[in-house]
Design a protein around this ligand. Structure first.
Ligand code: MG
Ligand code: ZN
Length: 371
């Protein structure tokens, strides 16, 4: 008998201590009272505090970001490196797991992990992706595909055939119809599956008429889209058309991810003007999205970055008209990253938390929706 008591004591001790205790869930009703119907996640790739600052001063000391009051910070590190890349960074937002640099929609053991876009699609939400990189680049890819390496662009493009993305705009046409691994024409295959497909090759995005009864895909370049300086103009109109297309498509709501992809590329190039032009372009789009969010009242907008790029600083000698940019790296850095939130549930994004918590909060808000 004594032995049995002792045994059960050790049993409890062992299993009791090893039992996983999930983090306390917020009491949504008392904390926020209302949850969002739609979620728009905007990612400025490589957009740290200094990139935002430089864009703000050159833009006349003002950004649309300043319209947002709920602000937090996230810890951007990857599972295998304090300095994350865009693949691990986007997978953290999309799926809530810390994974290794290069991983797209898979965890640190290369096992596929469901994404917020896939989860919401399965519940009947409408879904969309807009990017100023190729649409198969790491950031958008992490929301709808699952591959071991971010370089597997053609495999990532294949994942569009699942139909989980209702609306997408970005570069990378060649990964659909001028492929190295096979002779497939994914444009034709997607059209056969009910997509209205278009590209820069046939028609300018500004003149395209979108058939709302179909799904929609538009490829803005063969590979990487132009820079703002070279004349790229589609981020704002594509985002507005995405919202117009997605809003009301499903009575459940919609999920849209919009990426200002090239703020990062300005950082890699150690090019201050490149960063500023891309930052201001992204902020203009933010302004249009905020107009919608403020009017709609049922949409939560979250704006963040995956990481900072360049170790960018505004050095002495800078003025509000001329930024003397300086760099510590031509790669990413590990600094804390700002998160801006507006709309029902915005309060949950204040504070300092892991990048994976952005997924947790979006899941929490949509899974426990309050009227
Ligand atoms: Mg990116
Ligand atoms: Zn980068």
């Amino acid at each position: 008998m004594k032995n049995q008591v002792l045994l059960s004591f050790f049993f409890l001790l062992f299993f009791g201590c090893n039992k996983y205790t999930p983090p306390a869930k917020p009491n949504l009703k008392s904390e926020i009272g209302k949850t969002p119907k739609n979620i728009i996640l905007m990612i400025g790739d490589g957009m740290g505090i200094s990139q935002i600052t430089a864009g703000m001063y050159i833009n006349g000391n003002k950004l649309n970001l300043e319209r947002i009051k709920s602000i937090g910070l996230h810890k951007s590190y990857a599972s295998n490196n304090l300095v994350t890349d865009s693949a691990a960074g986007a997978t953290a937002f999309a799926s809530g797991v810390k994974t290794y640099n290069g991983a797209i929609g898979v965890d640190a053991d290369t096992t596929s992990v469901p994404t917020i876009l896939e989860n919401l699609k399965a519940e009947g939400y409408a879904t969309g992706l807009v990017a100023t990189s190729t649409i198969v680049h790491a950031t958008p890819a992490s929301f709808f595909s699952h591959v071991k390496s971010r370089k597997m662009y053609e495999d990532i493009a294949d994942a569009f055939l699942d139909g989980t993305v209702d609306f997408f705009v970005g570069g990378g046409l060649k990964f659909f119809n001028a492929r190295e691994k096979d002779d497939r024409d994914l444009i034709a295959e997607l059209e056969a599956k009910g997509y209205q497909m278009g590209s820069y090759f046939d028609e300018d995005f500004s003149t395209i008429k979108i058939d709302k009864t179909k799904k929609f895909g538009y490829l803005t370049a063969s590979k990487d889209p132009l820079t703002v300086e070279q004349g790229r103009k589609y981020l704002t109109p594509a985002t507005e058309k995405a919202i117009d297309y997605l809003n009301g498509k499903s009575e459940k709501g919609f999920f849209l991810m919009v990426e200002g992809s090239q703020i990062d590329w300005g950082g890699h190039a150690n090019n201050t003007n490149y960063i500023i032009n891309e930052m201001i372009d992204f902020d203009k789009t933010i302004g249009k999205v905020l107009d919608f969010v403020e009017k709609d009242g049922e949409t939560l907008l979250i704006i963040t970055a995956d990481h900072e790029t360049g170790g960018f600083a505004l050095n002495i000698g800078s003025t509000m008209d001329t930024i003397k940019g300086a760099f510590t790296s031509d790669y990413h850095t590990a600094a804390l990253i700002p998160v801006f939130a507006k709309g029902p549930g915005e309060e949950l994004f204040k504070g300092i938390y892991e990048n994976t918590a952005i997924f947790d909060k979006m899941e929490e808000l949509t899974a426990n929706r309050l009227p």
